[in-house]
Ligand binder design. Structure first.
Ligand code: NAD
Ligand code: MG
Length: 431
């Protein structure tokens, strides 16, 4: 697997140096490695009770003879976790809320399943010996458990983009050092992963990630400003967790994904384009120097990219509906509107600034989304709070490259404090 790790790592400073070319292409023969298919793989799902967790468990359910579950985690939904534990019989389950440990233990008494609670137990779940780990905790809280899996050289299917955005400066480097293999589970990045193998780094011109445009794609700015939580939660194509659904409505999600693509594939901001595609059928494309554009298509069903990560380097049989393009009929594309969706502009700016700016971008957005859910700010104020926090932080002169999880977490906490302090002013201000 080591050559494939190099493919994923890509030193950010060197921008996929030419000498890596041989390593990149040498990942291809791994696709015929039958030994991997025959093995029973041990699996851990971090964030098993969430939307991505649900899709992942559904795939495991489809081929129980191929997988053994090592650990499952959840935040506070003990009932959901217990239900999964009873079905999949993992060795370890952990709930993030320490107050729920007694309840978890009681519900699983007599099963022999070890129970843990609190942040350390979630990290322990990542550190336990599973071959394949789904990192699907929501938000920067997913960083430490994902790193625990990366540090022991696991294959990590990464859904949790916030943790990469928060720690992008060193996350992929740590993975390469440990011999871990990071597979993108986010649909757009998974599409790029699949399309990138059509050429090499020198031939790559740009990557394009698509965006549905969310529920407010055609709305006037004044209406977006006043959008309600119920309206923001009505995603036209995807069924997802609450945070990412709101991020999709503000297009912050696409901003996070631009940053994610940059760190995952060691691409500069100029090499990443966003294209609005309301049908969410084409997920990502790669343009090469001969002007070929290679795309990956599929129904908007997260089980498709997750199945690709689960099967990789082979392909497994997926349960998703087959794509019927004749039935869909029309695929449309439009340029993103950076004025109506300023989150996208802020993401590019943070990426260009670097030195912790993407960590601040993510932390301020998490605070802003929580404030919007709590009814403290209007929808339009989400981007304003993120922008104000970035400006406040830039004025502090606190810009430095991040080299450890502690660095990233310190900036994340600092940014959260700044965002919380700016919140009343932003909430009070008209747009
Ligand atoms: P979700 O809210 O449905 O689930 C999140 C999971 O994380 C749950 O199991 C929850 O219990 C757990 N969790 C939340 N906070 C936690 C904490 N502080 N400590 C420990 N566990 C905690 O979210 P989701 O939609 O499944 O998204 C998960 C991640 O995957 C996010 O980073 C999201 O951006 C990314 N992602 C999701 C989708 C999707 O279709 N849902 C697509 C691409 C990427
Ligand atoms: Mg996505």
């Amino acid at each position: 697997m080591a050559s494939a790790v190099v493919f994923w790592f890509g030193d950010r400073q060197h921008r996929w140096p030419v000498e890596m070319f041989g390593e990149i292409m040498s990942a291809v023969p791994l696709r015929n490695n039958k030994a991997i298919a025959a093995e029973v793989r041990s699996i851990t799902v971090l964030g098993a009770t969430g939307s991505i967790g649900d899709s992942t468990m559904d795939l495991l359910r489809g081929a129980p003879e191929r997988y053994r579950v090592e650990a499952l985690t959840g935040n506070s939904n003990v009932e959901g976790l217990v239900k999964l534990a009873r079905e999949f019989n993992p060795r370890f389950v952990a709930v993030a809320d320490p107050a729920r440990l007694g309840e978890l233990r009681e519900a699983l008494a007599g099963t022999g399943i070890e129970c843990g609670a609190g942040e350390s137990a979630i990290i322990e779940a990542g550190a336990r010996p599973a071959d394949w780990v789904m990192a699907a905790v929501s938000g920067a809280a997913g960083l430490k458990p994902a790193l625990a899996a990366v540090d022991r050289g696991a294959t990590v299917a990464l859904a949790n983009k916030e943790c990469l955005v928060c720690a992008g400066d060193f996350f992929m480097e740590r993975a390469a050092q440990a011999g871990a293999c990071v597979l993108p589970a986010d649909s757009e990045h998974n599409a790029l992963f699949q399309a990138l193998s059509s050429g090499n780094r020198e031939e790559l011109v740009r990557v394009i990630i698509t965006a549905s445009g969310g529920p407010f794609r055609t709305w006037a700015p004044a209406d977006i400003e006043q959008a309600t939580l119920a309206q923001a939660l009505k995603h036209p194509n995807w069924s997802m967790g609450q945070k990412i659904t709101i991020d999709s409505a503000s297009m912050m999600n696409k901003g996070l994904e631009v940053i994610e693509a940059s760190y995952l594939f060691a691409l500069s901001p100029d090499e990443i384009d966003v294209l609005v595609h309301p049908q969410s059928i084409v997920h990502g494309m790669v343009e090469f120097s001969d002007r070929s554009v290679v795309a990956q298509l599929g129904a908007p069903d997260m089980r498709i990219p997750i199945a690709h990560c689960l099967g990789w380097p082979e392909r497994i049989k997926g349960p998703s509906a087959r794509l019927d393009l004749a039935k869909i009929g029309t695929l449309t594309f439009e340029a993103p509107d950076f004025e109506r969706f300023p989150g996208l502009r802020l993401a590019y700016e943070s990426l260009r600034t670097g030195r912790g700016a993407t960590t601040v971008f993510n932390a301020a957005n998490e605070i802003a989304v929580a404030a919007f859910i709590a009814g403290q700010i209007r929808f339009g104020a989400i981007a304003r709070l993120v922008e104000a926090t970035l400006e406040h932080w830039a004025r502090s002169g606190n810009l430095a490259p991040l080299s450890s999880a502690d660095d990233a977490i310190a900036i994340d906490h600092d940014a959260r404090k700044r965002a919380a302090a700016l919140l009343p002013e932003i909430a009070a201000k008209a747009s």
